[in-house]
Design a protein around this ligand. Structure first.
Ligand code: AMP
Length: 701
């Protein structure tokens, strides 16, 4: 038996003119265009940022994958992390004879074909080149037979779909490729195995514009047909789990409005107009008691009651009826509004009560995409609080151990929580199959777009079944988020809700300390930490990462145990910092604004704004880290002369929350206004060093 030869002379490489990268690029672009057209129902478009990103990331991935495969083949052991192929008990074998001209085709470019066959059919393939024999072995007879049939299909001369040749004109060069790396994978995986159709010869014009010679309409039609066939094979999807109780159904309209306005002024509307001939569904009334949504699900209701919440939060009161009715929804809501539970509980019900039994769906049903590892981990913790029918969640995020996350996923879970980059990585590696996802959440969509995740999100969404339920949360409603909603949601309803953090500023005692300079700040902080009681737990917010590090080491040198969290720290250290402050192992957390949103630690007694934040929204978020879960909290803000630009807005917040406003703060505000006026009169810009000048975003988080 011969080893696979990775430098197989029969493998036909692209000519110099059509280099590997242009070949990759063409294939990626071709497949993407077709699939995107399916989404948009339009003809193929070209170029664009996503395409460049897709191409480069998937090519890089392919390179890594091929390198990995090469290593694992040559050692005759296939244990690469990328592939879902733990050692198998290979009890079934079949061999087929092939012609010598078929060896290259079976191997595929860089081993791609043989890798796909092995992965898709879960078999092992050996190629005996001396005897021209392909041996297929595996633990399932059916898989072995299917793989053999697929190989026969690929190697038969009249297979039609297996080979396509591109021949250029005088200047174009030519190459053949096996298209078997795009074969129909038997309908099992539901991934991007699009059969590109019969043998065709394209005349590539000068300049290589393939769009000019490809019949996109035909390709589109075929793609739509293939996808329709794929959808027809998918298990039936149930999305409606809501029985509106009479007291909610019979609510007069003015009562509906009153409940919405008393609930933090929620507004709810359709986002897009109805398409021609379509009627938009009615927006369900809000609820005001947990039982009104979950009476039918007593064990879940019991879990909610265990948390001791008195009533649904504003977003929950409107989101639950919408989501349990199976509609797509956009929640314009910030962290701290109870948004996680708003999408989570309907997701759990959706997962539990499908007609196809839970264990037989081939993968997870709920996918939650979150922008940061912290948020992803926090969502995971929220899931774990509600033990419902032994439902499991896994959290996969960049920075965490890839190997461990892979084994977590392989152990099986109904809910996957992930950051977009790592999700893409694991989808490419076929560890995660998103075709089983029926309930999709894009949490903090605006932040994900801000962080440049749009290509990854769009890429992965192509493989999630289109009849899924889609939920998006976002603190803002910028054009990018709107576009995403337009592309991937069906008649979404939008629920807007004010931040509970803002409400929290009303229940937190807000103290302002006017100080001279940085030295004064350090002395004041030291006096404070010396007087901390055993039950006190504080977060000290700094304006810059370096400053957080300095403060942390200064306090440590002075004998105070601290933890520190900011964007430059390794993930493991960031997680440890949060774990330590949560458990009480340390009681002082020094942080940048990376921790100002979303961090949910119930017993923080004080927030100290060592450096005043650059904008008032951040102040509100920081203050909201204390006084949580019905407890009391205090925020102490050190304000120096350099913060005078923030004085006016700060006074507004303090007055709204009926807090004491120091006279000196009012004077600062007046002085700043006078300075602006003076500068305006002199023809200057009136810039006043609003927030102490911490510099750009990067060194702040
Ligand atoms: P989130 O906005 O999802 O980050 O939620 C913030 C916090 O609100 C979490 O600690 C939740 O446990 C809590 N929470 C969720 N729902 C409610 C509710 N109905 N009443 C009070 N707190 C809640």
């Amino acid at each position: 038996m011969s080893e696979l030869d990775w430098d197989d002379p029969n493998y036909v490489e692209p000519t110099a003119q059509y280099s590997k990268s242009s070949y990759d690029s063409f294939n990626d672009k071709y497949e993407r265009s077709v699939r995107r057209d399916y989404e948009s129902g339009s003809r193929g478009r070209r170029g664009g940022e996503y395409e460049r990103e897709y191409t480069s990331s998937s090519s890089r991935y392919d390179r890594e994958r091929n390198r990995d495969n090469r290593e694992s083949y040559s050692s005759k052991r296939r244990d690469t992390n990328y592939d879902n192929d733990a050692p198998r008990g290979d009890s079934f074998n079949e061999s087929i004879q092939i012609g010598s001209d078929m060896i290259g085709r079976i191997i595929g470019r860089g081993g791609a074909n043989i890798t796909r066959l092995q992965n898709d059919y879960n078999v092992r393939i050996n190629l005996d080149k001396a005897n021209l024999l392909v041996e297929v072995s595996g633990s399932s007879k059916m898989n072995v037979t299917d793989a053999v049939n697929q190989i026969k299909k690929q190697t038969s001369d009249d297979d039609g779909g297996a080979r396509r040749s591109y021949s250029g004109d005088a200047g174009g060069g030519s190459y053949n490729r096996s298209s078997s790396n795009r074969y129909d994978g038997g309908g099992g995986s539901g991934r991007n195995n699009f059969d590109f159709g019969p043998l065709r010869t394209y005349e590539i014009p000068q300049g290589g514009d393939l769009n000019a010679v490809i019949d996109w309409d035909a390709v589109n039609k075929k793609y739509v047909k293939t996808q329709a066939a794929r959808l027809a094979k998918l298990p039936l999807l149930t999305k409606v789990f809501y029985k509106e109780c009479p007291e909610v159904a019979n609510l007069p309209q003015d009562e509906v409005e009153r409940i919405r306005s008393e609930n933090n002024n929620i507004t709810v509307s359709h986002v897009f107009e109805a398409k021609e001939g379509e009627t938009l569904p009615a927006i369900p009334n809000p609820v005001w008691q947990f039982e009104q949504c979950f009476a039918e699900y007593p064990d879940l209701l019991g879990e909610i009651q265990k948390q001791g919440f008195s009533k649904p939060s504003p977003i929950q009161s409107q989101a639950w009826p919408i989501l349990l009715s199976g509609h797509d929804m956009i929640g314009i809501a910030q962290t701290g509004t109870g948004k996680t539970l708003a999408f989570l509980l309907p997701g759990m019900i959706h997962t539990e009560y499908q007609s196809t039994p839970r264990g037989t769906r081939g993968g997870a049903n709920v996918l939650v995409l979150a922008p940061t590892r912290e948020l992803a981990l926090q969502i995971e913790m929220e899931v774990k609080k509600y033990s419902f029918r032994d439902m499991k969640a896994v959290c996969v995020y960049g920075g965490g151990s890839r190997k461990m996350q892979i084994s977590d996923v392989e152990r099986g879970a109904e809910i996957i929580i992930c950051t977009p980059g790592r999700l893409n990585d694991l989808v490419q590696a076929k560890v995660i199959d998103v075709s089983t996802i029926t309930y999709l959440v894009l949490d903090e969509a605006d932040r994900m777009l801000d962080m440049g995740f749009e290509p990854q999100i769009r890429k992965v969404l192509l493989d999630v079944r289109p009849d899924r339920q889609t939920i998006m949360t976002s603190a803002t409603w910028p054009p990018g988020v709107r576009r995403l909603a337009q592309s991937y949601m069906k008649n979404p309803m939008q629920v807007c809700v004010g931040s509970l953090d803002l409400a929290a500023t009303h229940s937190v005692k807000q103290v302002i300390e006017l100080l001279e300079d940085d030295k004064d700040k350090f002395t004041t902080l030291k006096t404070f930490v010396k007087q901390m009681t055993k039950t006190d737990k504080i977060i000290v917010f700094c304006g810059r990462k370096a400053r957080a590090d300095d403060l942390s080491s200064d306090l440590t040198i002075d004998g105070f145990e601290t933890q520190c969290i900011h964007g430059n720290r390794d993930q493991i250290d960031r997680e440890q910092a949060i774990a330590d402050i949560k458990s009480g192992a340390v009681r002082i957390l020094i942080a940048t604004d990376v921790a100002s949103r979303g961090l949910d630690i119930e017993d923080i007694t004080h927030v100290i704004n060592y450096d005043f934040p650059r904008n008032i929204e951040e102040y509100v978020h920081r203050v909201g880290r204390t006084g949580r879960a019905g407890r009391k909290g205090t925020s102490i803000s050190y304000v120096t002369r350099t913060d005078w630009g923030m004085a006016k807005e700060l006074i507004t917040i303090l007055e709204e929350a009926e807090q004491e406003v120091p006279e000196e703060l009012r004077n600062m505000s007046k002085r700043f206004a006078a300075m602006k006026e003076r500068r305006a009169a002199e023809g200057g810009g009136g810039r006043g060093g609003g927030g102490g000048g911490y510099g750009g975003r990067r060194d702040r988080y």
